[in-house]
Design a binder for this molecule. Structure first.
Ligand SMILES: Nc1ncnc2c1ncn2[C@@H]1O[C@H](COP(=O)(O)OP(=O)(O)O)[C@@H](O)[C@H]1O
Ligand SMILES: [Mg+2]
Length: 232
């Protein structure tokens, strides 16, 4: 579905990724873990077209999309929820969702919004409220909902950031549900390693801008030493 090969990128003169190979399979949850500053967010940003790819390729459904505009990616059903994503506090819950569906005809937007209400009933109850009044967890749901509108492929950067342990579990369950019930392909960067290993089908670890591990989560899940090695 989404494949990156020998990807190199960075900021200005500073190289951050040194030839990364990674694949997010259709209908699956693929996770990227790794220490702070290792280049996880940078990988998502370059896939989505927010920063330019220096070398290597990004392909999507067997088509080369390297350095394609973010707009073209959105129109093609790819959505990106950045790290520490904020919703527009001064706008209502529904208005925030409208931003995610700006490119849709009214009828399809309504169908999509109904799916979001089904997934997050607490958001429907508050659809006319200003988003600034939502709790941290509800804001994250709204950010996820906004990205989910008509986007069968999601790039998520630490959706659990700042959430309480209980809400982290909820968030992971939502991701599982989005994947299972809506068939959404997910590429998720996550620092909550234990939790994300429970929901992903494949996991990569990025260390110092290179892939340090690629495999099934089951293999490393109970291997404390290996996890520490990949994470420190
Ligand atoms: N906008 C930026 N300008 C310059 N350097 C950046 C920028 N964003 C991130 N970096 C640097 O790139 C490296 C990788 O960052 P990032 O991809 O955010 O790491 P991670 O998401 O794995 O914690 C870090 O050294 C970070 O300081
Ligand atoms: Mg990051």
């Amino acid at each position: 579905m989404l494949k990156i090969e020998r990807l190199e990128t960075g900021y200005g003169k500073k190289q951050v990724l040194f030839g990364i190979d990674l694949e997010a399979a259709q209908g699956k949850v693929t996770a990227i873990i790794g220490p702070n500053g290792s280049g996880k967010s940078t990988a998502l940003k370059s896939i989505f077209g927010l920063i330019s790819v220096w070398k290597g390729t990004v392909s999507y459904r067997n088509k080369d999309i390297t350095n394609r505009s973010t707009k073209a990616n959105v129109m093609d059903g790819i959505a990106f929820v950045p790290q520490g994503n904020r919703v527009f506090d001064e706008m209502t819950v529904l208005e925030n969702l409208e931003i995610g569906g700006f490119h849709l005809p009214k009828k399809s937007f309504q169908t999509e919004v109904n799916k979001i209400w089904e997934l997050f009933p607490e958001l429907e109850q508050r659809k006319k409220q200003n988003s600034g009044k939502l709790s941290g967890g509800e804001k994250q749901m709204l950010a996820l909902g906004r990205a989910l509108i008509n986007s069968p492929r999601l790039l998520l950067d630490e959706p659990s950031l700042g959430l309480s342990p209980k809400l982290v579990t909820f968030m992971m369950n939502y991701i599982r549900k989005i994947n299972h019930e809506f068939g959404v392909t997910v590429l998720i960067v996550e620092q909550k390693v234990r939790e994300v290993l429970e929901v992903c089908h494949h996991v990569y670890s990025i260390k110092l801008g290179k892939i340090a591990y690629s495999g099934k989560p089951e293999i490393i899940k109970n291997d404390k030493d290996k996890l520490r090695e990949l994470f420190l």
